[in-house]
Every structure is written in C-alpha cells, then in structure tokens.
Design a protein around this ligand. Structure first.
Ligand SMILES: [Zn+2]
Length: 399
C-alpha cells in the first residue's frame, strides 16, 4: 500500500509492522463547540483508513486525543460562565455521538490532555536537560535554533515559517523568547486559566507537547501513521517531531504523515473562527450516514473539499443504488462475476486511499447487478462481494 507522506512529499510504500499492530495517531479536537463537517471529514477519512487496514487483515491501534487544555476552551467557558471541565465533558460526549451518527469507529485510545499532564512534564524536563528548551519566569520554550531541521515538513524559509506560525497562534512579540519562532512547552497562562504543579511553577502545557506526550505514551516511541488536517502541516506537526525525536532518541518519530484537505463552504474555509459551519448533527438530520459518507469520500482526501448542499443529495442516489443492488433478487441464470472489480477496488485504496475511484467501482458493480438481476442472472455471489467492499468503506447499508 502506498500513502502520500507529507514529509517526503511522495507516495511512500507503507511498511506494515511485523510483530505488533499498526499504530495510528490523529490530532483531535478542542472540545468547545459542536463537531462541524470540516472536522468530521478528517475523522471520516482516518476511519476509512482504519477500516481498510483491518479489512486487509492488519490489527490497528488508533489514538485520537482530546485537546481539553487550550485557550479557546477556557475562553468559551469563561464567556458562558461555565466550568471548563463541564464544557469539555459535554462537547466530548457530543463528538462521540456525532461519530456514532456518522458510523465513525471510536478510537482505541481517546486520552484527554488534562489527564496527561504527568506524561508531559518529564518530556519537557528532558528537553531542558538536552539543551533544546529553556526556562524564563515560569515559562518553558523550545529553542528552534537547536534543531537544524526544524519545520522541514513545511518546506518554507524562516520568514514564511514565522508568518505562518503567527497566523496560527504564535506570539512573536513575547519578550521572554530567544527567537520569535520558539514555541511554548509550558506556560503560566492567562490569569484565571487552570494550572497544574510543575518544576517550573504553576502553569499549563503548550498545545504541541500534549500530542507528543499522548502519542508516545499510547503508541510507543515511533508510530506508523500520524494524521490530521492540512492546517497542522505547520507549526503543530513539525513541533511534535522537534520535541519527540531528541527525547526518544529514535528517528523517524513517524513513518507516514498524512494530512486531509480542508473543507470550504461558500468560498471560505469552514472554521469556528469564521462561523460558516455545517454541524455534523444538523447534516445527519437531513441525510443518512451513508449519504454523507459517500459525499465526503467522493473527492480525494488530500484535496480541499468544497461542501455544496445540492451535491449531497446526488450522493444520496448513489448510496440508494448500493442498497438496491444488495436487495435485488436475481434468477438462476448465468452468475455474475466480480473478481476484477474487487481487485480494482483494492488497487484504488492501495494507491493513497483513492476513495473516488473505489466509489466508482462500487457504483459500477451496483449498477451491473441491478441490470443483471433484471435479466434473471444469479447475483448472490456478487452481493456478498459488494457488501464486503461497502462495509470496508464504513457504509452502514441502512436507509
Ligand atoms: Zn496534535
């Protein structure tokens, strides 16, 4: 199987581990708002990856974190006069409900950052010991100059790295930093924010260290596949590499880095900050899980996805054809054979998870079966194959 690796910028052959399960880590959400289709598409893609790996006979250990130590969560809780823990709890429960609604499998491990502070502190301490991090007035920063390969995944020069980091939450004007691109490992935070005890005083972790800690704790020093949305290409994922590799002493931290394109609505990126959101639970009121799945998989995962409400209905027709083909009763005529489409399906999925082609194969099979059944041919064996492939993609086959 070949998967596009954002670090090598090539479709790399995925090396299946011989003596342990495949490990997958996907950066999860900050639970302060309901799951929107942009998030849902990312998690749906990794759901399909997990299902397909299992379909091929692999065992998969999948960890997805909950970023419940993060500024937007604290800000929202304060705005609404609510305990941040209660907000996080409610939104995490909603996320799991949205997953069930969309037939997205729950991850094997679903750790919350707030419960993993004790995992993060030793990593930060070790980075200081190794000279990769420094302490200023209760804050700990990672020194990017100590890593000559810092930000390699982004393929940008220093100025562009800094500009991008600034657009995504970096504070270049923090006078305690040695370099404006240095990032926070531990911080005293804003007044009123929750804090935890640490060797550097009361404070809380930075966002990037949360994922290094949870990924290595649950999946090991080196993991097979690490995924997330394309907005994590920089700085989040390069920061994870910079923090993790010196501490474990093992390279590479990750075999394949996978990034899902972003979702657009009405000409803009669907995001909480812009407020142009389609929530998963609203979409599920209008459409079945299968319709949404067909629609969201109809473009390749690495491409940005333009969500078009009118197109969702068209996907509903395709999902219906799938069900019809599985329900038709053929005759005792010449049996229909599907060995070729089955290998075409696998070839498409093995080629960097090419779901549009895989869906086209399913669609063609379903159409042929309906016609063949009408001509009195035996479609029983084909129905078993189609059902197997549809389930491998996560279709429920319920209306
Ligand atoms: Zn992460």
């Amino acid at each position: 199987m070949r998967l596009y690796n954002s670090l090598s910028r090539e479709k790399d052959t995925f090396v299946f581990p011989q003596d342990r399960p495949v490990t997958l880590y996907v950066c999860g959400v900050t639970p302060y708002d309901t799951t929107h289709i942009g998030h849902a598409r990312t998690f749906l893609i990794f759901d399909v990856l997990v299902r397909y790996l299992r379909w091929q006979g692999a065992e998969v250990r999948y960890c997805q974190n909950v970023t419940d130590v993060d500024d937007p969560l604290f800000a929202r809780a304060e705005r609404d006069g609510e305990r941040w823990q209660d907000l996080a709890e409610r939104q995490t429960a909603q996320l799991l409900e949205d997953y069930r609604g969309m037939n997205i499998l729950a991850p094997t491990y679903f750790p919350r950052a707030s419960a993993e502070i004790g995992t993060m502190i030793p990593i930060i301490a070790r980075l200081i010991e190794l000279g990769h991090a420094y302490v200023v007035a209760g804050n700990v920063y990672f020194s990017v100059r100590t890593d000559p390969e810092f930000g390699k995944m982004a393929r940008m020069g220093y100025d562009e790295l800094l500009l991008t980091a600034n657009q995504r939450g970096n504070n270049p004007n923090d006078p305690r930093k040695r370099d404006p691109l240095d990032f926070v490992l531990w911080q005293t935070g804003n007044p009123g924010d929750p804090t935890w005890e640490s060797p550097w005083g009361l404070g809380r972790p930075g966002w990037h260290i949360e994922c290094s800690a949870m990924a290595t704790r649950y999946l090991g020093d080196q993991i097979d596949i690490h995924g997330g949305g394309a907005d994590l290409l920089f700085p989040h994922h390069p920061c994870e590499i910079a923090q993790t590799e010196p501490v474990t002493g093992k390279r590479p931290f990750v075999q394949i880095w996978m990034h899902a394109g972003l979702v657009w609505l009405d000409g803009e990126k669907m995001s909480k900050s812009l407020g142009n959101l389609v929530f998963a639970r609203d979409a599920l009121r209008e459409h079945s899980a299968d319709t949404l799945r067909w629609y969201l998989l109809s473009q390749h995962y690495r491409e940005d996805f333009i969500y078009d409400r009118a197109e969702v209905a068209r996907a509903g027709d395709a999902a219906q054809l799938l069900r019809t083909a599985l329900e038709v009763t053929g005759g005792s005529g010449l049996p229909l054979h599907f060995e070729v489409p089955r290998s075409e399906f696998a070839a498409a999925m093995d080629n960097d998870l090419n779901t549009p082609t895989a869906l086209a194969v399913l669609h063609m099979m379903a159409g042929n079966m309906v016609s063949a059944a009408a001509e009195g041919r035996d479609v029983t064996a084909c129905q078993a194959i189609l059902r197997d492939l549809a389930v491998a993609l996560g279709f429920t086959l319920n209306a």
